[in-house]
Design a binder for this molecule. Structure first.
Ligand code: FAD
Ligand code: NAD
Length: 467
């Protein structure tokens, strides 16, 4: 067995692992990255990017259909047709460009990329199966081991993936659009992809165990999304539990809150009930690292309970978001290089790309109260924003939460078309410790959705101008 040596060995080439590799190499650390699948991980291959590509395509198709029936804007479209094969090829093209770009960046920085599945031997030794039949695995020894193996989708007991039961991975590469799609879970994936399939023509029913959609967010914020689902004809069944496929596999058995069982016809069933850290099947248990629930426990420098073994990204639990993984990856490389860094963000913004979009950063009014803070909060509706009117998207609002005593902003929330782009402004104001006055006195360009951010801050101060 050939043995290689490296200073830093990273397992997993997703946004956590590849960013750590680039930064470590920039800092002069000899780095090897092992990836069994494709560079870019879940995010670039079967997550963030492909889902947003399909959301865009579905929106465009839906818009074209809209113009066949509604000529408010004076636009008439005679007919709209979708070639789903071409749509998927276009999406795959974006994925290929981005994953190819990651490969080029790693090469440029001198990171050694090993394509194969890693199995941990001990905290300094990893075997890599290069997938060459009977050939022996390659052994790599390192001073620092960084674990960035991501997460895997959860399945439903008694309804394993396969046949008509699909995960987000298959849902992102459809051969055709099913006539009837049942989506289990009204969280991020269920709603983002449920809306895609609805806009592409499927009859979509979303089954959610809790009593409301997107239970992660506060109810006021999700109301415009619920209204839009209704308008678009997505059936949402709340407080319902999926029991399994019916005996002839033609549908899904569900149990409602009152204990009544029924069967929903389904050509496909998309199970989107969450993801779990990828901790099994690659020897991780041998290290007997301290866990926190299902995730690896790390400190604020991404150290695990074993010296010089580090972990980042989805493997370390919630929030399972690509930008958190990247931030941890950059940080851990700097810590290994001897810099003094701690992972203590004021906030990690989260966006749900539904129609309309939802963005949150920091504390909601309820969370602020629970944290013992005396806060004021105010919202500004897009119905009073000129830019929103020109975009025909006046649903939704921006809300700010700030301390009553010194006006320090502790949270932002927004729902509306295009609000994902407000995540940057929200994150910056929180990270820089902005007060309501800072935002209220910043001249915001007109006409922009961002003016609603300024107006929300003004309203919290008692002097909104446009409402
Ligand atoms: P991953 O991206 O999962 O990468 C882990 C990598 O490790 C994989 O490439 C895997 O092949 C490799 N690996 C695992 N074990 C081994 C081994 N033993 N040997 C070699 N290689 C191994 N997040 C957002 O912030 N915004 C979004 O819009 C968003 N949309 C999403 C949409 C979908 C459908 C899904 C599923 C997820 C989405 N996410 C989104 C979440 C985001 O994809 C993850 O948070 C992010 O990819 C986590 O990065 P990571 O580096 O921790 O792990
Ligand atoms: P999720 O946690 O967002 O939503 C899962 C939903 O399924 C919840 O509403 C939950 O109540 C429901 N549920 C759980 N068990 C159920 C059952 N047996 N029957 C019916 N409903 C059930 O999980 P997800 O949508 O699978 O996404 C996984 C993760 O991927 C997210 O937590 C997020 O970290 C990441 N992601 C992020 C984005 C984004 O940032 N825009 C997009 C997609 C995915």
């Amino acid at each position: 067995m050939g043995t290689q040596k490296t200073t830093l060995l990273i397992i997993g080439g997703g946004p956590g692992g590849y960013v750590a590799a680039i930064r470590a190499a920039q800092l002069g650390i000899q780095t090897t990255l092992v990836e069994g699948g494709n560079l870019g991980g879940t995010c670039l291959n079967i997550g963030c990017i492909p889902s947003k590509a399909l959301i865009h395509a579905a929106d465009a198709y839906h818009q074209a259909h809209h113009f066949m029936g509604d000529s408010t804007l004076g636009i008439h479209v005679e007919g709209a047709r979708i070639d789903i094969g071409q749509t998927v090829r276009w999406k795959d093209g974006i994925v290929a460009r981005l994953t190819g770009g990651v490969g080029a960046l790693l090469k440029k920085h001198g990171v050694k990329v090993v394509k194969g599945w890693a199995t941990i031997v001990d905290g300094k030794t990893v075997d890599v199966d290069l997938g060459k039949g009977d050939a022996e695995p390659t052994r790599i020894q390192c001073e620092h081991l960084l674990l960035a193996s991501g997460s895997v989708e959860l399945g439903l007991p008694g309804m394993p993936f396969g046949g008509k039961v699909i995960s987000s991975k298959q849902a992102l590469s459809p051969d055709q659009i099913p006539k009837k799609l049942v989506v289990v879970g009204a969280g991020y994936i269920g709603l983002e992809l449920g809306l895609v399939y609805r806009k592409l023509g499927a009859d979509v029913t979303v089954v959610e165990a809790q009593d409301r959609i997107l239970p992660l967010y506060d109810e006021e914020l999700t109301k415009p999304v619920a209204a839009s689902l209704l308008r678009l004809g997505v059936q949402v069944l709340l407080g319902c539990k999926v029991q399994g496929l019916s005996s002839a596999h033609e549908g899904v058995r569900i149990l409602d809150a009152a204990g009544r069982e029924s069967v929903l016809d389904a050509d496909q069933v998309l199970v989107a009930i969450g993801r779990a850290p990828h901790t099994h099947g690659w020897g991780l248990e041998k290290l007997m690292l301290e866990m926190q629930g299902r995730s690896l426990k790390v400190d604020d420098q991404c150290r695990t309970s074993m010296r010089n073994v580090w972990a980042i990204g989805d493997l370390t639990g919630e929030p399972m978001l690509a930008h958190r993984a990247m931030a941890q990856g950059e940080l851990v490389a700097e810590v290994i290089a001897g810099k003094s860094r701690h992972f203590a963000p004021t906030a990690i913004a989260a966006v749900c790309y539904t129609d309309p979009e939802v963005v949150v950063a920091g504390l909601s009014p309820h969370e602020a109260t629970k944290a013992g803070l005396d806060c004021i909060s105010a919202s500004f509706p897009f119905a009073a924003n000129g830019r929103a009117m020109t975009l025909e998207s006046t649903d939704g609002f921006v809300r700010v939460v700030a301390r009553r005593d010194n006006h320090l902003i502790v949270g932002w929330q927004a729902v509306g078309a295009g609000v994902s782009e407000l995540a940057a402004a929200f994150g910056q104001s929180l990270e820089m410790g902005a007060c309501l006055e800072d935002v209220a006195l910043t001249i915001h360009a007109h006409p922009t959705l961002g003016e609603a951010v300024q107006e929300a801050a003004m309203r919290a101060l008692g002097h909104a101008l446009h409402i």
